[in-house]
Design a protein around this ligand. Structure first.
Ligand code: MG
Length: 498
């Protein structure tokens, strides 16, 4: 057995090397590359992707997995997990024909260009025929897989292994009315002032402050770095090389701090993955939702908490004495948690964020089911925005066309953003049960016990356990919304005196 296992690990190690080399190229494209480099870079990444695909779908891999699967089934060992995860990827990769992948690349490239134009002119009709083609391809993709309980299950499973559409719908159906009720209560309460957040702040000082914060979190600069890009993201080249990126928006200068905390949350997860999993599919995080639970925890449960700012605010005030003159820590805390129904998810506060996600999930499921005509999307979008968030987009550019994802066929993962929020609150309740003086530690700028807990219970397992199993193992229950509702209610009852 160990002979075959070694052969499998050798091939998967090479596949991992190729994929991570492609990630380096992609990171460089977004951080350093001059504009004219795009075409060659696209070819280079496509070549690496093609070689990785050929290697990972070879008959040899299929044979090795078949043999090892039987020998290792039922075991909780790392090797059994490796074979299980690799088998699932092999099965997915070999079901989708190469011609389909090529067709998809052509359709989505054109769709992306049409989306840019449609959004610019705020004209859905430009994007409509392209989106129809994209959705047609998504349905075709689903047809390569055995029928599931719901066709959307096949898409969701790519991002959230083992999760079913019906599970997510049930979680959201339970959560939605509670969040809508909370937002209504907040909107009739006395509003929070936040003008001082939109004054002029020095970019370099904000950037340095963001790095000081994540250093205290435990971000290892010997194994990571932060660079500037148009959109913040995190990427991993190895357990010893994890990159985050960030930006500075003059209109919301302190957003840089929260982006750094968010992306560092992703990076801490990757830096804590078991080094023994390197060059295997077990390295890194188990799913998008669990990954997002880490980023949202550091950004929100830690970074938007009062104890956190009781520690950091005096230093922040020292860096920005005129901007924050006369602003108490409590006023600052309220301002960074201000609830304001907004048109766009990326700027949404914690109280409204999940509703943006639910809206998209319902539309994606509707598109996949063919429950409505794609041409009716703008109207459906606006109606749901009114129902859930209480505002109507003034045009389609800020409505149905706001996000790029559908143009490149990325349908199936929006719900993981909201699930990540729910998991972060479930974990937080558990952590507070285990670390009784957590608030006090945060107030002293101490994060080592928190990071140690996350390392031991979540990070070290990498991809070994499926997300629902991991959450169950750590918290005693599967993903649900109760902890998140308790968290939001407690937080906003204080801030808005509800
Ligand atoms: Mg994220």
């Amino acid at each position: 057995m160990s002979e075959k296992l070694n052969q499998l690990k050798e091939i998967l190690g090479e596949v991992t090397d190729l994929n991570r080399a492609a990630s380096v190229l992609s990171w460089d494209q977004q951080v350093n590359m001059p504009p004219a480099g795009g075409e060659a870079r696209g070819q280079q990444m496509a070549t690496l992707g093609k070689i990785a695909h050929e290697k990972s779908t070879s008959q040899e891999v299929g044979r090795l997995l078949d043999d090892l699967k039987n020998e290792l089934s039922g075991s909780d060992s790392d090797d059994a997990a490796l074979v299980r995860v690799a088998t699932r990827r092999y099965d997915k990769d070999t079901r989708v024909p190469a011609e389909f992948v090529a067709e998809q690349a052509v359709v989505t490239t054109a769709a992306f260009e049409a989306w840019v134009e449609a959004k610019g002119k705020s004209d859905f009709s430009i994007f409509l025929p392209h989106l129809e083609k994209v959705v047609g391809l998504v349905k075709k993709y689903i047809s390569f897989f055995p029928p599931a309980d719901h066709p959307y299950d096949t898409l969701l499973d790519d991002y959230e292994p083992g999760m079913k559409t019906a599970d997510v719908q049930k979680i959201f159906d339970d959560l939605r009315p509670q969040q809508v009720k909370l937002i209504k209560a907040i909107s009739s309460a006395k509003q929070v002032k936040d003008e001082f957040l939109h004054k002029k702040y020095n970019e370099k000082k904000v950037w340095d402050f963001s790095e000081a914060i994540i250093t205290k979190f435990g971000f290892d600069w010997n194994r990571g770095r932060q660079d500037k890009t148009a959109h913040p993201f995190q990427t991993t080249f190895s357990v010893n090389d994890t990159r985050i990126t960030n930006r500075f928006e003059p209109g919301s200068p302190l957003a840089t701090l929260f982006s750094a905390m968010h992306e560092a949350g992703h990076a801490l997860y990757e830096q804590g993955s078991n080094p023994a999993y390197e060059r295997t599919p077990l390295a890194g995080g188990t799913s998008l939702a669990v990954h997002e639970s880490q980023s949202r925890m550091w950004e929100n449960l830690v970074g938007r908490s009062l104890p956190f700012w009781e520690h950091f605010y005096p230093e922040l005030k020292k860096s920005f004495p005129s901007q924050l003159d006369g602003v108490s820590v409590k006023s600052f805390y309220k301002a960074i948690n201000k609830v304001e129904p907004s048109l766009i998810r990326v700027n949404a506060d914690e109280a409204t964020y999940n509703l943006h996600i639910m809206l998209r999930l319902e539309l994606e499921i509707g598109m996949v089911e063919g429950k409505f005509a794609i041409k009716d999307l703008p109207e459906i979008w606006d109606a749901k925005m009114r129902d859930y968030i209480g505002i109507t987009p003034p045009n389609v550019a800020t409505g149905v066309l706001q996000d790029v994802h559908w143009s490149y066929g990325a349908i199936g993962y929006f719900s993981t953003y909201a699930l990540g929020n729910l998991v972060s609150a479930q974990l937080w309740e558990k952590i507070n049960g285990d670390i009784h003086d957590l608030d006090e530690q945060i107030r002293r700028g101490k994060f080592d016990a928190l990071l140690g807990w996350l390392r031991e219970k979540i990070h070290v397992y990498g991809h070994k356990y499926d997300p629902q199993d991991l959450v169950q193992k750590v918290t005693g229950s599967r993903i649900d919304s109760a902890a998140y509702v308790r968290y939001l209610t407690r937080k906003y009852s204080d801030i808005y005196a509800l």
